[in-house]
Design a binder for this molecule. Structure first.
Ligand SMILES: [Fe+2]
Length: 445
């Protein structure tokens, strides 16, 4: 077994042992009333978990189950809270075997450890179970306890994913924490509210309170769906465009895959890496505005035809300009045919004036073109492609980017994927949620 996988399984085992130890030290005790209340919170948590809002990028999802679990901890203590976190968060996908077994085990364990940490931190800061008065010290205890949950949850999930996908832990952790802080900042007050409303009004009041929340969730999901539909629509347009020409089929996906690998090697932030993934697929979307006759022409272009073809980066940037979550991505599309010496198009930018994202796409794009059969040329091998890129460092390509590509190709697994040219279609990878859904078999990094 490779060292990485050994570490991976060890981390699952250690988390599980820790979770079991917590349950043994704090065995949950029930009387009939406590049992019925537990069942009520259990159903609520299952419901929240069954209706997560799926994020359009990668494998993440957000659910409000944390708010319910933490409220329950504040009301009933650590041992019952840990039990609720463990059994209440099982999702349908996990129960029906769609998630790898070790992900299911790991999720149970990491959620138990997170819930226990929240409870202990709350108690340590002077909080008392069932005491919900709005005093300053109580608010501090509740808030810090909630963020402790977030910290442990994000750290363990990141550890799992970083080991599984062999990506840099720190960078992924920072990205996940950045993403989680605003979420938990909203969910911790919600926890407190749930606890107080339950304390004052019991089950009926809590149901009444949660109903409008469900409606809000529905609206949020619709918004997320729309973003996803939008990005899928443009991606399928690109693929349709590629399908017209048997030679370029899959080009966008391969450029996307490579560009992200290069971006990670160059220590770009995870959000920039994600945008690289999208821009890789979409970089030639502007060819939609170029006449078919020119697009599919096998022979060399006339001057007029070339001028027409050179419009595609700007058309593409125009199409993507309105997509707010692509950030600078539309600029990268616009400048992916610029060259370092200023002889590229559309603006003839020189050196560092060309955005780094665009310089990365340019290298990934050229590399894939050399490695592919085209109507006017045969595919060349890996060594030839690398030599060709190196020969044009400084004039056409960025030396740092080409060096990063070479480093990517040194990893035998990436090199194999590049040579076999089979890149997963859904290559936009970034995951963060309260749970993981990835197993060994479906990792795409
Ligand atoms: Fe292009």
């Amino acid at each position: 077994m490779k060292r990485n996988m050994l570490l991976f399984y060890t981390s699952i085992l250690m988390t599980t042992v820790l979770a079991l130890a917590i349950l043994i030290v704090n065995p949950p005790r029930f009387d009939l009333e406590v049992f019925f209340v537990f069942i009520f919170f259990f159903v609520l948590t299952l419901g929240a978990e069954a209706m997560p809002v799926r994020l359009p990028r990668g494998d993440g999802s957000v659910s409000v189950s944390f708010a319910i679990i933490y409220a329950y901890i504040l009301l009933y203590g650590i041992s019952l809270g840990v039990l609720l976190a463990t059994v209440g968060t099982l999702s349908k996908r996990e129960i029906t075997g769609k998630v790898a077994w070790h992900a299911v085990v790991f999720n149970r364990a990491q959620l138990a450890v997170s819930a226990a940490t929240a409870g202990y931190v709350f108690l340590l800061l002077g909080g008392q179970i069932g005491y919900l008065d709005l005093t300053f010290s109580n608010l501090i205890a509740i808030t810090v306890g909630g963020f402790a949950y977030m910290f442990v949850n994000a750290t363990l999930v990141t550890l799992y994913l970083a080991l599984l996908e062999k990506v840099d832990f720190t960078r992924m952790w920072l990205y996940n924490i950045q993403w989680a802080i605003p979420n938990f900042a909203a969910l911790i007050p919600l926890s407190y509210l749930i606890a107080v409303i339950y304390d004052i009004t019991g089950v009926p009041g809590l149901i009444l309170f949660l109903f409008p929340l469900l409606l809000a969730r529905h609206a949020f999901q619709r918004y997320m769906d729309m973003r996803e539909v939008y990005i899928n629509t443009i991606s399928s347009l690109t693929r349709a465009l590629e399908a017209k020409d048997a030679y370029t089929y899959g080009h966008g996906d391969r450029v996307s895959f490579l560009a992200k690998k290069i971006g990670r090697k160059m220590n770009l932030s995870e959000s920039d890496v994600e945008v690289l993934g999208y821009v890789g697929v979409l970089h030639d979307i502007g060819k939609i505005g170029v006449k078919d006759g020119i697009l599919n022409k096998p022979g060399p272009f006339t001057g007029e035809e070339f001028r027409e073809m050179k419009k595609h980066p700007e058309i593409g940037a125009e199409i993507l300009k309105g997509v707010s979550f692509l950030g600078n991505g539309s600029k990268w599309v616009k400048y992916h045919h610029e060259r370092l010496d200023g002889s590229g198009y559309p603006d003839g930018l020189i050196g560092d004036n060309i955005p780094l994202g665009a310089r990365i796409i340019a290298v990934a794009d050229a590399f894939d073109a050399i490695m592919s059969d085209r109507s006017y040329k045969k595919a060349r091998g890996l060594d030839f492609a690398v030599r060709e890129l190196e020969a044009n460092v400084g004039t056409q390509f960025d030396g740092g980017v080409v060096a990063a590509l070479k480093a990517v190709l040194e990893d035998p697994e990436s090199a194999k994927q590049v040579i076999e040219r089979k890149v997963p279609i859904d290559s936009a990878v970034m995951a963060m949620a309260a749970t993981v859904e990835k197993g060994e078999g479906d990792s795409h990094v």
